[in-house]
Write a protein that binds this ligand. Structure first.
Ligand SMILES: [Zn+2]
Length: 349
């Protein structure tokens, strides 16, 4: 790994794991000492999960279809459309940061088109996908869902200027003769996460739900509405498209990627139900007595691990990091099955 690759790799790790917070808690030095010997080993990442190599500056830019392009730092993704009136940018992840304009400049110069970003479309309010928005200044039309605006007003982050143009259910954005269909179909990953469809480019962008080639990030992508997120991929597939932009990691997706993801979640949900019916809670509550939380934690961890085990086995080599995060997804789905669906809920006689 070159020094610049190593730097961007570390930057990404920091963004994902919020290491600065941990560093400040420990007075700037890490209290625990990790080493290659003590850290766990995980299954290798299947080559099918990886995307194209990054350039010296730490990004890759490629054509999706016609004048639609995507850019990645290997972990995050943005996209942009070159038009006769300027560039429409979709999301602005801070980890890609100034490489967004570099990628646009590279494509604009090659095609002899404008390099000026005139519009930024927001997928949802999260800082890890929008934190470079302010780099594009004030003279840009920012477009997002009404709830994205409400949440960004709340968050009051100068890096993420609020949308100038909002929509409630759907809106077709027309820029330089191009069509972009924006739709909100209810909460999923967040209350504001939107479907961005480019019908003339065979592309759907839906961020932080399906991450092509990979299992979701921690806790089912830090999910805010599990049943709605489980339903989201079917909504994505109801659109006509060939190319999928999931916001992560290093490659684009296909319809097959969405189907594999749906099967993974279905398998996990089935196994959670089996685990709830199989794992005996008695020893956990017997051992911990009046420490209710200790009993609950160890029991639910055991249920999650029991549910995850066959799914990890099935998807190792199919979806990257199945062995890293499946148990955490099992826990979130388990809680949704209990709390949203009422499974196992009993009224005291
Ligand atoms: Zn997000």
């Amino acid at each position: 790994m070159s020094p610049s690759n190593r730097r961007s790799f570390l930057a990404r790790g920091v963004a994902l794991a919020a290491l600065p917070a941990a560093a400040s808690l420990t007075g700037g030095a890490f209290a625990g000492t990790a080493s290659a010997e003590t850290l766990p080993d995980y299954a290798p990442v299947p080559p099918s999960a990886l995307g194209p190599a990054l350039n010296e500056q730490g990004y890759y830019v490629g054509r999706v279809e016609k004048n639609l392009y995507w850019v990645t730092d290997g972990t995050y993704q943005a996209a942009f459309l070159t038009t006769r009136e300027g560039v429409v940018l979709f999301d602005a992840p801070p980890t890609i940061g100034h490489n967004l304009q570099r990628a646009i400049d590279q494509i604009a110069a090659a095609n002899g088109v404008s390099r000026k970003v005139t519009h930024i479309v927001y997928s949802h309010h999260h800082a890890d996908h929008l934190g470079a928005s302010s780099l594009f200044g004030k003279n840009v039309v920012r477009v997002g869902h009404a709830e994205t605006k409400r949440l960004l007003v709340r968050d009051n982050d100068p890096a993420r200027p609020v949308p100038d143009v909002t929509f409630e259910k759907q809106r077709t954005l027309r820029v330089g003769g191009e069509r972009i269909n924006l739709a909100w179909q209810g909460t999923n990953h967040t209350p504001d996460n939107s479907y961005i469809h480019l019908p003339d480019h065979g592309t759907l962008m839906l961020v932080d739900v399906v991450l092509p080639g990979w299992v979701p990030f921690y806790n089912f992508n830090l999910n805010e509405d599990v049943p709605a997120s489980i339903a989201a991929p079917a909504k994505a597939l109801s659109y006509p498209w060939k190319h999928f932009i999931g916001g992560h990691l290093g490659r684009l997706g296909t319809r097959d990627d969405v189907v594999v993801y749906q099967q993974y979640i279905t398998d996990l949900t089935d196994n959670v139900k089996t685990a709830l019916a199989t794992v005996d809670p008695t020893p956990y509550f017997t051992k911990y007595g009046d420490n209710a939380w200790a009993g609950v934690k160890t029991y639910l961890d055991a249920v999650s691990d029991y549910a995850a085990a066959p799914v990890v086995k099935k998807y190792t080599g199919v979806l990257a990091a199945a062995d890293v995060f499946t148990a955490s997804h099992a826990f979130i789905i388990l809680e949704s099955i209990r709390l949203d669906l009422g499974y196992g809920s009993q009224i005291h006689p």
